[in-house]
Design a protein around this ligand. Structure first.
Ligand code: MN
Length: 499
């Protein structure tokens, strides 16, 4: 395999760069290559290969040219003789501010207890994010390439970096809606943190896919002709399998029984418009019986990170259970590229993007999709730079209506605020919800309608035998997941046993 070139980096962008932008990116490459010359990565490769890979990831998700330039230069001030002011002179203040932001973000030190450490890191990410979200996106690209090449580091470093990535970077990629980066980060972390289960999951998937792959290809072809016959306009149909880490999380809850995972194979149907999504769903349901409780309309009710799609699980061709996801091309790109996709779809998008993040006073164009970032910046202006107050407020703003709670094993569960241990239990799994009898927050017993605080470790006490949820729970649970599971279980119970 020939080494990555700057031409590849530029060519990989989903929307071609202008001649001017390409020239700027080339110049940054020449500059970075000269600065890093003679330095080697732990893998033995020239250091510049890291900078190129970081820039390539940024190019893939459609970032604008200054972000790529800063990606190429991101390790220059820290690791070479060249200073930030030289970068500013050559590439301007926008690039210099980005590079400075990444350098500062790189100085995170591990300290204190786990939660304290987590919040401290989150705090720094918030600060960077409020200053310029591009800094965080470059940092994610940097981390992703470092994770891809983690094999060259000593064992204990691998573990520390993988843990930090799983706790800080993957959730942030998720919050920014960059599904591809989140999925890959989690899978690499999984491999280093839990190699035994990683292997086990990989083997299960491999065995299953051996027979599943042919089925998937057949099903994709079948849906093509089926939807064409029904005169549904289709842009693309593809099959996908689950990321390994997510798959393992599910397998754990189902006794490692892969036949009980219904969304292992999913068919993605991309259609031109929103109306086509619902039409396709209707046609599919007419032909194939949907599974109760598994039809999800994330178009009317997007996920907190903005994800939109219709999901349904059907008893599909050959009687196999199959998840079907239906969405428009725009929704699809947003799911893959997250926040970066928002301006792929905006007229004059690149300049608007720059305006939002430029430090000039009157150029802010409030894009609907980017309101939360704009709010963040507005708010920052009002409060000024008082560190403590700023961070406190940011936490509230950025995760408005959101908290993070931990399982006793340290898994992070993101939930709306004022949720109860019952919501938490159902967020993990419906059976844990049904069987819940008590809860502890940070080791202390709390009532089931307790309001969970951000950062708490929540332990759900359950009974072994099957049990139906209590009807009272409906009066205090907050999430729709919990509500629908409880209602469904109660209904099911009544049908089976009479009132
Ligand atoms: Mn780096």
């Amino acid at each position: 395999m020939s080494p990555l070139s700057i031409k590849d980096v530029i060519a990989t962008a989903p929307r071609p760069f202008s001649g001017e932008a390409s020239k700027l990116i080339m110049e940054a490459y020449v500059f970075a290559e000269a600065a890093h010359r003679g330095q080697k990565r732990k893998s033995g490769e020239d250091y510049i290969s890291h900078s190129l890979h970081v820039a390539k990831i940024l190019s893939e998700i459609g970032m604008e040219e200054n972000t790529l330039v800063a990606g190429l230069l991101h390790d220059v001030p820290e690791d070479t003789e060249v200073t930030l002011s030289e970068i500013e002179k050559k590439f301007g203040s926008d690039v210099a501010l980005l590079v400075d932001g990444i350098t500062k973000l790189g100085k995170i030190k591990l300290r204190g207890s786990k939660e304290e450490y987590y919040l401290e890191n989150l705090r720094k990410m918030f600060l960077a994010m409020a200053q310029d979200i591009r800094v965080v996106i470059i940092k994610l690209a940097d981390r992703l390439h470092n994770m891809r090449t983690l094999e060259h580091l000593p064992r204990e470093k691998q573990e520390r970096i993988a843990r930090e990535t799983l706790e800080i970077y993957a959730p942030i990629a998720n919050r920014l809606g960059i599904g591809e980066i989140k999925g890959e980060l989690e899978d690499i972390c999984f491999k280093y943190l839990d190699p035994i289960h990683y292997e086990e999951t990989r083997k299960i998937e491999e065995t299953y896919l051996h027979e599943g792959k042919a089925y998937m290809d057949r099903t994709v072809a079948f849906f093509h002709s089926f939807l064409a016959k029904e005169k549904i306009r289709v842009t693309d149909i593809s099959g996908r399998t689950k990321h390994l880490y997510r798959l393992y999380q599910k397998l754990k809850r189902h006794d490692m029984d892969i036949t009980r995972i219904y969304d292992l194979v999913a068919i993605r149907i991309i259609v031109p418009g929103i109306a086509d999504c619902y039409e396709a769903l209707g046609i599919i349901h007419r032909e194939y019986r949907p599974m109760v409780g598994r039809i999800k309309d994330y178009i009317s009710l997007p996920k907190p990170n903005g994800y939109q799609s219709l999901h349904t699980t059907i008893f599909g061709p050959d009687g196999r259970i199959l998840e079907v996801q239906i969405r428009t091309k725009k929704m699809h790109d947003e799911a893959e590229y997250g926040i970066a996709a928002h301006w792929l779809y905006t007229e004059k998008s690149r300049s608007i993007w720059r305006n939002i993040f430029s430090r000039q006073k009157h150029t802010v164009v409030p894009l609907k999709e980017l309101t939360w970032i704009t709010q963040l910046k507005e708010w920052q202006k009002e409060v000024g730079r008082d560190d403590k107050e700023f961070v406190e407020g940011l936490r509230i703003e950025f995760f408005k209506n959101h908290i993070f709670a931990f399982t006793p094993k340290g898994d992070i569960i993101e939930l709306p605020e004022e949720v109860t241990p019952i919501d938490f239990a159902y967020a993990i799994h419906s059976e844990i919800g049904h069987r819940a009898v008590g809860a502890k927050a940070d080791g202390k017993m709390v009532p089931l309608d307790y309001h969970i605080q951000n950062g708490q470790v929540i332990e759900i006490l359950t009974v072994k035998e099957k049990k139906k949820p209590s009807r009272d729970w409906l009066s205090f649970v907050k999430t729709s997941t919990a509500k629908s599971h409880i209602r469904h279980a109660l209904r099911h119970h009544e049908n089976e046993f009479g009132k």
